[in-house]
Design a protein around this ligand. Sequence first.
Ligand code: 6R9
Length: 701
Amino acid sequence: MQPTKKAPKVAGTTGGQIAVHWKEEKYYKPSGAFIAQANLTDPAVNKRFAEKNFPDCFIEYADMLTWSKRWKSVLDTNAPPFWKWFVGGKLNASYNCVDRHLTKYKNKAALICVPEPEDEEPVTVTYQELYVRVNEFAALLHDFGGLKKGDRVTIHMPMIAELPVTMLACARLGVVHSVVFGGFSGEACGMRAADSRSNVLIYADGYHRSGKMMDHKAAAEIAVATAEKEGQTIDKVLVWRRYPGKYCSAAPMVSGRDFFVDEIIGNYRGKHVDPVPMDSEAPLFLMYTSGTTGKPKGCQHRTGGYLAYVTGTSKYIQDIHPEDVYWCMADIGWITGHSYIVYGPLALGATSVIYEGTPTYPDAGRVWRIAERLDVNIFHTSPTAIRMLRKAGPEEPKKYHYHFKHMTTVGEPIEPEVWKWYYHVVGKEAAVIVDTYWQTENGGFLCSTKPALDSMKPGSAGPGVPGIYPIILDEQGKELPAGTAFAGNICIKNPWPGILQTVWGDDERFVRQYYSKYCKNPKSKDWHDWPYFAADGAMLAADGYFRILGRVDDVINVAGHRLGTKELESACLTMIEVAEAAVVPVVDDIKGRVPEIYISLKPAFAPAKEIEDKVIATIEKMIGKIARPRKVWIVPDMPKTRSGKIMRRVLAAISNTMDTGDTTTLANPDIVEEIRQHVQGKQKVKTQEGPEDLKQFGKEE
Ligand code: 6R9
């Protein structure tokens, strides 16, 4: 493969196609040492997973699992786009991640949990220990929690061993877990608990973060009240204590509702719970994510297809062997943590590291000390974390004796410069890098290089992974061939086992969001007529590598985490003072994008710093600190079209000192200069071109 010499260089937009210009990067090759030990070295994989072998190619992944009953059909397409995978099969995810490893790996570390305080020793949980803990907690959930197959449970916990124990205990019973990221607010947790109709919440009392003990149980109170307001009663709150016997929260325990797990788990000592054989299509978990409307949607993932897909991709793309020490620094509260900290690695019998705290606490060397001490050889993180570590200590990795064979980046586009630092400094030119592109909805990877088989190209995710056939479509649904100067919408032509089953409780939204845009014939039962729309802009280079440009919808990707602009705007509108709100993404050196908020006030209110602060507090309360805006701008009016729509595109251009484009057609064109001066100052500021996703932001409005 040869890189194309010169970058495509056309500007402007023609016929719904997006022209982009960027420089082609040179290739990097995996080392001989990596290839010699890799799981996937046979180039015949491309043939095995080629379209003519679809869908049976995925039997290769399903066969990595232990089934209590084998499936009858691999893919059922009778009710598009509600695909069914490995229909008729039965299995249990907890059995696959725990029990089946006991014969060989009983005494091997399943989890190594690293507390944030450096004077606390890492805690190793062997597969035997995990088996005991999962069984005991499953018995508690069943007998004390009253939970059974098909019920939903909402889990709001930090990065401690008890989180995967809880998830696996649910899976053992066939209880559908819905894990809410620990950094989200109690209100966000309560909304999700209500939507999923959970009546049990599982919490931790506190955890260490950036040197502080966070009072997490306090959020439970708000979660319960929020769920109640939404019509959902929470009967029980089970609280894991960070230090059993010692309560780390100031929030009172409500008698008859709140229970310390460490006080009751003793009643279940040594209890065994038979893993419930689940239908392949039974839901395993829900994972809420932001979309184009105000309300987050519960992505519903199936048991058989999902587990097969994350196991197969963990083996082939993450190159996980049981001997490896694998550390994914994501949070289990996001999809990356579900698929590539818990389910994929444990299904393969690997050792998965869980770190409680902040990567740069107490200093920029922390991550590398953990890697050195545990002898981590597979490392998985996000561009935001890489940028942060690079900024805090560019020379730091060199001081430590760790040896990565493989590194992953996920969650947002990585700049080639940042990629190169990751490769040269963190990976010490010995580790391969996979840039894995995928989404909460997808269960597992969509695009990535195969680490021992494909060359790496900084900034490009790579081709579709085995069995995934991505295409780029323009707004009219025309396929853009490889190697053109144009970007379009990345779509996946075919179904795959990891795809979400539906949006929990909202089949209609599922179809509308992912399939209606490009469905060729709504009556068709042929999957070829149902490409999956990912809502990401991308382009396809001549070599077949996809480069992801970012979201084309109203989602802002902050530090690899999705926030819906509408979600943030709805939060602002709960304030009595606010008449209108518009949220735009702003480029940030570390986090990629961060939100800025524009508000206009109701006539009775005058602009004041207190109102700006209240907006920030409202966002933190309703969503969480992760959504904290960089700035709140109070403006006299919003730039609007004649039909009264807020032009977010113009506001995004102002926040990013980009050209505001043609504003003459606005109903109130003069407001643009007024807002510009308010944000940028009286002086005219030189505008810059800005990244592709921002050039596209709000275009459709
Ligand atoms: C796994 C995860 C999904 C969105 C997705 C895209 C962006 C993810 C990426 C990437 C460029 C990559 N994204 N991986 N962009 N290169 N390797 O992150 O899921 O939280 O749902 O986010 O993240 O925009 O649409 P999720």
